[in-house]
Design a protein around this ligand. Sequence first.
Ligand SMILES: [Zn+2]
Length: 96
Amino acid sequence: MIHVDVLAKDETITVTIEGRPDERHACPTCGAPCPGYDSRRRSWRHLDTCQFKTFLVADVPRVSCKEHGVQQIVLPWAEPGSGFTALFESVVIDWL
Ligand SMILES: [Zn+2]
């Protein structure tokens, strides 16, 4: 499910992405389906929407792989450890 909050006063848009509680994830190392371990709330700066700063927010799951231990899943919109979406980074790299 996706929620969009517009804060006109702060000129920001926050897009919150929620996964399903029963959603299964794969180990990022071996790809094996794994049970969930926990999750952490994170946010990423995304490209502006109509001149409003836009942020993605999600509780990013970690999985527990029997072979590789606890790891964060791979996200389709950002590189591991980045505070920016891949699309935002791509535009900035093009500017440079
Ligand atoms: Zn694994």
